[in-house]
Design a protein around this ligand. Structure first.
Ligand code: G3P
Ligand code: MG
Length: 230
């Protein structure tokens, strides 16, 4: 079972920062999940489009210039990183799951990935682009059919993983709250991987491993890896 660091190693460092990515790499994660918002022609690592929860800023991301956003403290003196800074730090050392949140131009994401493949130590295999916005995922798939997409869901749909298969997704990325064995089996029958977020409790890790889930997103990837290899 793969272990992805959720928002980086967000139990040990401020979420979606370079520090959290560094900690995740130190902890030997298999992959790192980050949340991305578009700001003009830039892609930034931040979960919310409001600034107050994760930075010392106020208001919305879009109300501030890129230069002003760069001055904000995202925790422990960390800045809001760009996607490119995160890619340069990871440089192909693990899988990178880019969760696109507020993104209107998917081509920007694809351009970053293509550039990372040329200039950093990444291959296309290193990338998964996921979203709760399945329209964005469809658009990504149309632009680059070979890129893996993860269809996020915070529910247990009536046709289980049918929505992900219809999108041509690589994986279903489901909320731990709604996962049961029938959902996992359905996805596998359709040839899809099954990833689960956010999993920190040893009992959940054990249950998911017994259902042969392919991967989990954990705030504490080091601890999660220790639990599943015990
Ligand atoms: O990608 C898995 C998980 O991160 C989705 O939910 O709200 O933590 O981005 P959220
Ligand atoms: Mg996320």
């Amino acid at each position: 079972m793969l272990v992805f660091a959720h928002r980086g190693a967000s139990a040990d460092a401020p979420e979606n920062t370079l520090l959290a990515i560094n900690k995740a790499l130190e902890q030997g994660c298999d992959g790192i999940e980050i949340d991305v918002h578009q700001h003009g022609d830039k892609l930034l690592l931040i979960h919310d489009h409001w600034l107050h929860r994760t930075t010392n800023g106020t208001g919305q991301l879009s109300e501030h210039s890129f230069e002003a956003l760069q001055q904000l403290d995202a925790g422990l003196g960390e800045r809001i990183p760009t996607l490119w800074q995160a890619m340069a730090l990871i440089a192909g050392r693990c899988i990178l799951n880019i969760e696109i949140k507020g993104v209107s131009d998917v081509q920007l994401v694809l351009d970053n990935i293509e550039k990372a493949i040329h200039e950093l130590n990444f291959t296309l295999e290193h990338f998964i682009v996921s979203s709760f916005d399945h329209h964005l995922l469809r658009s990504i798939k149309q632009h680059n059919p070979d890129l893996k997409i993860g269809a996020l869901t915070a529910s247990k749909p009536i046709d289980y993983a049918g929505f992900a298969q219809a999108l041509g997704a690589y994986s279903v990325n489901a909320d731990v709250t709604f996962v049961d064995e029938a959902f996992v089996l359905d996805a596998k029958r359709r040839g899809l991987k099954f990833f689960v977020y956010t999993v920190d409790q040893p009992a959940d890790l054990a249950q998911l491993a017994s259902w042969q889930v392919d991967g989990v997103f954990s705030n504490g990837p080091g601890k999660a890896k220790m639990v599943i290899t015990d």
